[in-house]
Design a protein around this ligand. Sequence first.
Ligand code: GLN
Length: 248
Amino acid sequence: MKKIIAMILVAMLALAGVSAMAESLKMCTNVAFPPYEFYGEDGEATGIDVEIAKAIAAKLGYDLEVVDIEFAQCIPGVQSGKYDFSAAGMTVTEERKQMVQFTDTYATGIQSIIVPEDSTVESLDDFVEANGTVKVGVQMATTGDLYTTWDYEDEGKGTVDRYTNGAAAVQALLAGKVDCVVIDNEPAKNFVAQNEGLKILDTAYAVEDYAMAFSKESPIYDDFNAALAELIEDGTVQSIIDTFIPAA
Ligand code: GLN
């Protein structure tokens, strides 16, 4: 009997030790997508996705670990269970829904077109009309990549150059290697503000919804999504968005 009590005590102590150290949730993202994810002045990842994920993790009693990888690796990384989830300004699409499950939508995204400031075009079709083709720069495996590939490359109306992040695509535009960059509107605004000689066309290319992605077997998906819904409901999510996207 004494032995059993001793064993129970040891087990209880071990459990207490483990629970004193909060477990972390591993979030994968590409930390070059301001204002959703970028490195702050202290060298730590921050941004809308990071802060919303931190608030959800805290609500559920976890720490948050942000792992910086290529956007193209985010869905495979979640599917294989290497990461608990991905928050990466990720657009909900039917194709991706076959591979992962999405949380509720927490932001709207727009695919915008960045061109040189002196450009007179109003759309991608204007390039095709003027030159017979359009050279588009995108971030690999993003919706900007998918849609321009379908609409222009597959139609024989242009070529799509795929870069590992948005900043590299913008550098290619500045170097004259592509005619334009198709990328999400908020990062586009940041890139245009940081670089001389660029502008965003008034006409958006596509409007979309952002959500966080989980594997279909994820044991924490339901709790996580419920916590997100509460933070949307109580205004926390909007106040995080407002911190990073000041009202115009
Ligand atoms: N919203 C785009 C997509 O989901 C781009 C996201 C990103 O580059 N981080 O494809």
